[in-house]
Design a protein around this ligand. Structure first.
Ligand code: ADP
Ligand code: MG
Length: 343
């Protein structure tokens, strides 16, 4: 008798879900990325009980054609890439076709969408791994709503790893913040237990962008930071850097985006730390929201779904550009070093 068996596909999804869905925050990340990939101009996120009981993301993007609805929930099903060459130039946030399959295998998921082809929309519902998707008509304006309820209801071992409602919500809000800080052309709303936590209109000009950053990172940061915009040798660095007086005990207000993607990188961290080294007490951390733009050919975006790593082709050049730009900005900010006003 053979002891090796092929896993039932839904069970395989559940196992794979471990990599994609760790907690409600991971669900919010995946659903926000899907809405952005669909070109949504408005995205509403409603959550209950830290996202464990409910995460609902509603967008006004392209929508999903009726016949694609069950496919959207299958593993390795994506509309974003078709051939191996596409991997070289990924223009979307997603491409693995894993998220919806993973989420739907560990929750009760309803996907409602209207791609504009019919007046009404369509809905598909799955609960855990025991149900085949069923498509039925449902009213929905153009766009998509994904409603996830009862995360890990069928995987009690995973459910036990969830923390308190407050902790889960903090993780979720952080994911929302990271994304909302870079997608200024999209309006966002986040509500928790029916209370609106963030309401962010589209931010087209500098003033509106600064206002959004203030809403997400606090007014104190906006008051004690300056905006920078520096270009050299095909690199552009712009955003907001905190004054040394706004230093923090933890590195919890450091957002760095490369070509619109949030990343964590040693080269970047080192350059920033060096730029602040003269003015920052040991053990304190700078606060910043910075965007680096450069030729995509000069940077490898790590394609792991959750790690935010990049590899710069010209590490030295990027490091020196960041260091020089920030060093100058920070030096100009130093109290006592402000040039005396001309008489
Ligand atoms: P991926 O994003 O990697 O393609 P997902 O499992 O997240 O994989 O989504 C599967 C497919 O479902 C997507 O490729 C897309 O075609 C469709 N889809 C998911 N969410 C949305 C959305 N909000 N709007 C339009 N299409 C969506
Ligand atoms: Mg996706």
């Amino acid at each position: 008798m053979s002891r090796i068996q092929l896993l039932d596909p839904r069970l395989a999804n559940q196992i794979a879900a471990g990599e994609v869905v760790e907690r409600p925050a991971s669900v919010v990340k995946e659903l926000l990325e899907n809405a952005l990939d669909a070109g949504a101009a408005h995205i509403n996120v409603d959550v209950e009980q830290g996202g464990v009981r409910l995460v609902r993301v509603r967008d006004n993007g392209s929508g999903i054609p009726r016949d694609d609805l069950p496919l959207a929930l299958s593993r390795h099903a994506t509309s974003k890439i078709a051939a191996v060459e596409d991997l070289e130039a990924i223009g979307s946030l997603g491409f693995r076709g894993e998220a919806l399959a993973a989420i739907s295998s560990v929750s009760r998921l309803t996907l409602t969408s209207n791609d504009g082809a019919d007046a009404e929309g369509w809905q598909v519902l799955v609960e855990g791994r025991d149900m085949a998707p069923v498509v039925s008509p449902a009213a929905h304006p153009q766009g998509t709503t994904v409603e996830m309820r009862d995360l890990f209801f069928n995987t009690p071992a995973r459910r036990r790893f969830l923390r308190t409602e407050k902790t889960e919500f903090n993780h979720l809000e952080e994911v929302f913040r990271r994304i909302a800080l870079s997608e200024f052309d999209t309006a966002f709303r986040l509500s928790h237990n029916q209370k609106v936590v963030h309401q962010l209109p589209v931010a087209r000009d500098d003033a509106a962008r600064a206002q959004r950053v203030g809403r997400l990172c606090g007014v104190a940061f906006m008051e004690q930071s300056v905006s920078v915009d520096i270009e050299a040798a095909g690199l552009r660095l712009h955003g907001w850097v905190g004054l040394p007086t706004f230093s923090r005990a933890q590195a919890d207000l450091q957002y760095f985006y490369v070509n619109g993607r949030v990343i964590r990188d040693k080269v970047v961290n080192h350059a920033v730390r060096q730029a602040y080294s003269d003015v920052m007490y040991h053990g304190r951390h700078a606060a910043y929201v910075l965007f680096l733009e450069l030729d995509p050919a000069l940077v490898d975006v790590n394609v792991h779904p959750t790690k935010h790593e990049v590899r710069f082709r010209e590490q030295r050049m990027v490091h020196d550009f960041l260091f020089r730009s920030l060093h100058r900005a920070v030096a100009e900010l130093r109290p006592g070093q402000t040039p005396a006003p001309e008489v």
